[in-house]
Design a protein around this ligand. Structure first.
Ligand code: HEM
Length: 440
């Protein structure tokens, strides 16, 4: 009996302490004008709930507090915005007291000069340098032929095998960017990079890139790749800035491109009509070409259904949940006051499933993108917006379209079955996505 009373007493005491802590944390962040919401536990906030429940946590909070609410997630007091108007305002007004708000862990990998860590005139200069490396004119003249060559070789000899398409898509994204940035193709060098990259070993990647830069300076050969463009660029970046820019290119494209490509293969497998129409588009392009002939810019531009399939994949799978900003001064948004130093999570995921914007939002329907105005719609934020609109958008699309071109024209496939795909915090197949492939 005494033990029972003691246990009940302890449980009661524990509940009292918990509710006091929660109450204390709410009071700590109570400020006039803040949006409604809860702040969770001291230090940890609501991070556990957010990571465990993911999108449901966001939806529940929205149901209780509206599209703009406060929380404490990922170590910071944060305003979560699921309001498309506010999201657009935040993205379009970077200069007015808003800067990127990514965690230190990400900056540690990408470096202090990475484009997401710099603002103002330095950001404009880095962006100018980056666009000259990966903008549409460079893709057309220099990058597309290399991407074509890479995809042909990467997608060879798959027929008759069972492969993990998640792994192949990751290799595709990583190795193609190495080829584009510094012409790295030798298996030995790319394997060295891959090992460090997969372990997020920034220091070693920096050393490897520094060696490549030194070699390039001492070698008399003419190279045509991003590194040589940077070395001759009018933007005159320092070696450290160049290295951070190159690392950012590899990291930014890696997960986005590989995951979208894997999910496109998944959705195409599950939707034979879409697959049929897409294959028709690609066979039509091949019809006028010899097997060894590369695809060119006009071929890419004619891939309108492919573009629609890629957009629909990115929308339905939600490859990017949102972007983070930090306030550098107190600011007013929609009659609320956001204190200096708070994060704003521009959470765009739910916009992808908006019934008005995308009727039957949970159906995979690439035809909805045939209406070209969808891509320039105010609420289309899958590539961000404003002065930080993804500079790799076109390059990413070209890489994925070329990958699909060779995959569909060369092969047929079926899933071996049983592989699980999770959607949050990021889209992945924890044990891989295995497919049996045979020649077309
Ligand atoms: C499916 C492919 C891709 C998706 C969905 C995507 C998405 C995004 C989004 C949402 C942003 C905005 C981030 C923000 O506002 O804080 C962004 C920025 C960025 N992306 Fe992409 N991206 C893709 C491919 C690429 C590729 C291939 C590259 C590089 C080659 C790239 C490089 C960058 C860079 C450097 C930024 C930062 C721009 C800045 O801060 O000015 N992205 N991307």
């Amino acid at each position: 009996m005494a033990a029972l009373v003691l246990a009940l007493g302890l449980a009661f005491g524990f509940l009292c302490v918990c509710s006091l802590l929660l109450r204390w944390n709410e009071l700590r962040y109570r400020r006039k004008g803040l949006p409604p919401g809860t702040m969770g536990w001291p230090v940890f906030g609501e991070t556990m709930e957010f990571l465990k429940q993911g999108p449901s946590f966001m939806k529940n909070q929205r149901a209780r507090y509206g599209s703009l609410f406060k929380s404490h997630i990922l170590g910071c007091p944060t305003i979560v915005s699921m309001d498309p108007e506010v999201n657009r305002y935040v993205l379009m007004n970077e200069g007015k007291g808003l800067v990127p708000g990514y965690p230190q862990s990400m900056l540690d990998i990408l470096g202090r000069w990475n484009i997401a860590a710099v603002h103002g005139s330095l950001h404009r200069a880095m962006r100018g340098a980056l666009m000259s490396l990966i903008g549409p004119p460079t893709i057309r003249e220099q990058l597309l032929p290399k991407i074509d060559e890479f995809m042909r070789s990467h997608l060879s000899n798959w027929g008759g095998n069972t492969i993990d398409i998640q792994e192949k898509a990751k290799e595709m994204a990583f190795l193609s960017s190495l080829k584009l940035i510094a012409g790295i193709e030798a298996a030995q060098t790319s394997e060295a990079f891959k090992a460090e990259f997969y372990q997020l070993a920034r220091q070693k990647i920096t050393c490897l890139l520094r060696e490549v830069i030194e070699e390039r300076r001492s070698s008399p050969c003419d190279h045509i790749d991003m590194l040589s463009s940077l070395l001759q660029s009018r933007f005159q970046l320092t070696d450290d800035q160049m290295i951070d820019l190159l690392i950012t290119i590899v990291y930014s494209g890696y997960e986005t491109i590989s995951t979208t490509s894997m999910m496109a293969v998944k959705y195409l497998h599950d939707h034979p009509k879409v697959l049929q129409e897409l294959r028709k588009e690609h066979l039509e392009i091949r019809r006028g070409k010899s097997p060894e002939e590369a695809i060119d810019w006009n071929d890419y531009k004619s891939m309108t259904f492919t573009r629609a399939v890629i957009y629909e994949t990115m929308r339905l799978a939600t490859i990017v949940n949102g972007v983070l900003r930090k306030t550098t001064e107190d600011m007013e948004i929609k009659e609320f006051l956001i204190p200096k130093g708070w994060k704003i999570y521009v959470y765009t995921r739910e916009t992808n499933y908006d019934h008005f914007q995308y009727p039957e939002p949970f159906t995979f329907n690439p035809w909805r993108w045939k209406d070209k105005s969808m891509e320039s719609h105010h609420y289309f934020m899958m590539f961000g917006g404003g002065s930080r609109l993804c500079p790799g958008k076109e390059l990413g699309l070209v890489q994925m379209a070329t990958f699909l071109h060779y995959f569909l024209t060369r092969y047929k496939w079926e899933e071996t079955g049983g592989d699980e795909i999770i959607q949050f915090p990021r889209v992945e197949a924890p044990k891989g996505l295995h497919i049996r492939v045979w020649d077309n």
